[in-house]
Design a protein around this ligand. Structure first.
Ligand code: ACO
Length: 284
């Protein structure tokens, strides 16, 4: 089986989203800095096309979601997403919500390449959903997080509350959901919301380091592992056992680089590496 894919050219950026490629990383940048990268219906629609393109683009081996300027994202656009759709027909309103949810969790969670949320600054409300849907989230210590919905009169919907329940410990989740108080990157890390928090000056370098680590691994397995993890979280143990055996068999059979075979041969016969301490030699 071939790994060959089609590469659209030039970069699949749009009016509201910038895409930069760098050594296998696709930096997907929410690009409305004048609106603190608030997510409008237009941005949400555009993102679906961007993700479709990047899925097939060889220049994207790891996707990093971040924001332009001083903000990751100020959440949903209160004017364009809320006020301007108040008088929409039920079908129009449903479409706006559907486009938003389609990428903010479904598409990102099951994106067939590793995803990293690089939380560079403001991160409010609706921005929690795509951040949590990424496989790994790394924040700047100086970033400001907030479940600010309570502050302007709504409950955190659009799956924000679900996203918070997925990652944050219960005590912190309820406190920040109910008070709307903001917190920094270090606190976000302590609550389980992000994996790490580093000084802003080191943020891009740290994210690049993690992306490079992921790129050393067999991409077919990385995709299968993340999807299996997300599926089994929703299953009971019996269903999970069946699913994982079937998924393992399918992954092995469809692996273009025959990783399992190489891994066993190099450990058991060639004795050239130890699986507990590193990856088998890829290539050849
Ligand atoms: N929706 C719509 N417009 C926004 C949003 C937003 N979420 N966030 C910022 N903007 C706009 C402002 O209205 C302003 O527009 P203008 O220049 O046309 O007046 C511009 O972006 C800059 O915003 P300021 O408030 O002036 O920027 P500042 O740097 O002082 O503050 C901050 C940044 C703290 C992010 C502030 O803009 C803010 O509180 N935004 C709302 C954050 C929020 O509560 N988001 C949750 C939304 S609810 C949800 O996502 C489900």
């Amino acid at each position: 089986m071939s790994e060959k894919t089609t590469a659209p050219s030039p970069a699949p950026g749009t009016k509201n989203i910038k895409v930069e490629f760098e050594d296998g990383i696709a930096w997907v940048i929410l690009n409305r800095p004048e609106k603190r990268n608030a997510m409008s219906p237009e941005l949400n629609r555009e993102m679906l096309g961007v993700l479709d393109a990047l899925e097939l683009d060889d220049r994207c081996k790891v996707l990093v979601l971040t924001g332009a300027g001083e903000s990751f994202s100020a959440g949903m656009d209160i004017k364009e997403y809320f006020r301007e759709t108040d008088n929409a027909t039920p079908i129009e309103a449903m479409r706006v919500k559907r486009d938003s949810m389609a990428w903010q969790w479904r598409r990102l969670m099951f994106f067939p390449k590793p995803t990293i949320a690089m939380v560079n600054g403001w991160c409010f409300g609706g921005a929690f959903t795509p951040m949590v849907a990424c496989d790994i989230a790394i924040a700047a210590d100086e970033a400001t997080f907030g479940l600010s919905e309570i502050n302007w009169g709504i409950i955190p919907a659009g799956n924000v509350t679900r996203a918070v329940a997925e990652k944050m410990n219960t005590g912190d989740a309820l406190y920040y959901l109910m008070t709307g108080e903001s917190f920094d990157g270090k606190k976000a890390c302590a609550t389980g919301l992000v994996k790490e928090s580093v000084p802003r000056a080191q943020l891009r370098g740290r994210v690049r380091e993690i992306a490079q680590l992921l790129m050393k691994k067999n991409p077919h397995l990385v995709a299968a592992i993340k999807i299996a993890y997300r599926r089994v979280k929703e299953m009971d143990w019996d269903q999970s056992e069946d699913y994982l055996y079937a998924k393992a068999g399918d992954t092995y059979a469809s692996d273009p680089e025959r990783g399992r075979q190489k891994g066993m041969t190099q450990f058991l016969d060639d004795k050239t590496y130890r699986p507990g301490l590193g990856t088998y030699k890829r290539g050849d």
